[in-house]
Design a protein around this ligand. Structure first.
Ligand code: 5GP
Length: 203
């Protein structure tokens, strides 16, 4: 379906909920949705490539991007900065394609201020117990760090009210199906189609 402007979809939620896995599955299924690659100051993990997983930047380069207004939003998370390059997102939606941002909650709320017409999806863990188990399962954090991530997660869950949709990530395949259904429904909203069909009425 050709439209004037694509959807800006924001997928957010607490650390460990599985945003990356869900987004990865959406990409793997080759939907028409484009994926925004973020900039970060954190070091690449094994298997991550520059320009694919992230644009890896020094703190100086990242600060310059902020000063030059090159980022749609940015946030500090643990000891690093993460941000969404503005140009790519604006270009994709301008040519009528949908784009998804996989970002943490502070960044999502910034996007909402600038793009209230975006589609804001909160990925919810089935329970705090499951969330803790998932973070523990990664085996990358000490107990103290896990405790602090859990405290942040509870604060983030309180912000679910700011989102348009809440998708529980009980099973990745089920969460992906729900997100695809949301995108389909959003693309049929009359507000987004009125301009497209205006000329039929005027003819
Ligand atoms: P990680 O270091 O595990 O790749 O990401 C840490 C957190 O930063 C995750 O919650 C991830 O969704 C979030 N994140 C990734 N890219 C961005 C971004 O561009 N902006 C914001 N605000 N958060 C991001």
């Amino acid at each position: 379906m050709k439209r004037d402007k694509g959807l800006l979809i924001v997928l957010s939620g607490p650390s460990g909920v599985g945003k990356g896995t869900v987004c990865g599955e959406l990409r793997r299924q080759d939907t028409h949705i484009q994926y925004s690659v973020s900039a970060t100051t954190r070091s690449p993990r094994e298997g991550e490539a520059d320009g694919v997983n992230y644009y890896f930047k020094s703190k100086e380069e990242f600060k310059r991007m902020i000063e030059n207004n090159e980022l749609l939003e940015w946030a500090q998370y643990v000891d690093n900065y993460y941000g969404t390059p503005r140009n790519y997102v604006e270009e994709v939606i301008a040519r009528g394609q949908d784009v998804i941002l996989e970002i943490e909650v502070q960044g999502a709320l910034q996007v909402k201020e600038n793009f209230p017409e975006g589609v804001f999806i909160f990925l919810m863990p089935p329970s705090l117990k499951v969330l803790r188990e998932r973070i523990e399962g990664r085996g990358t954090e000490t107990k103290d760090l896990i405790d602090s991530r859990m405290t942040i997660a509870k604060e983030e869950i309180e912000l679910m009210d700011k989102y348009d949709y809440v998708v529980e990530n009980d099973e990745v395949s089920a969460a992906v199906e729900r997100i695809k259904a949301i995108v389909t429904a959003e693309n049929c909203k009359k507000e987004r189609l009125i301009d497209k069909y205006k000329e039929l009425v005027e003819e």
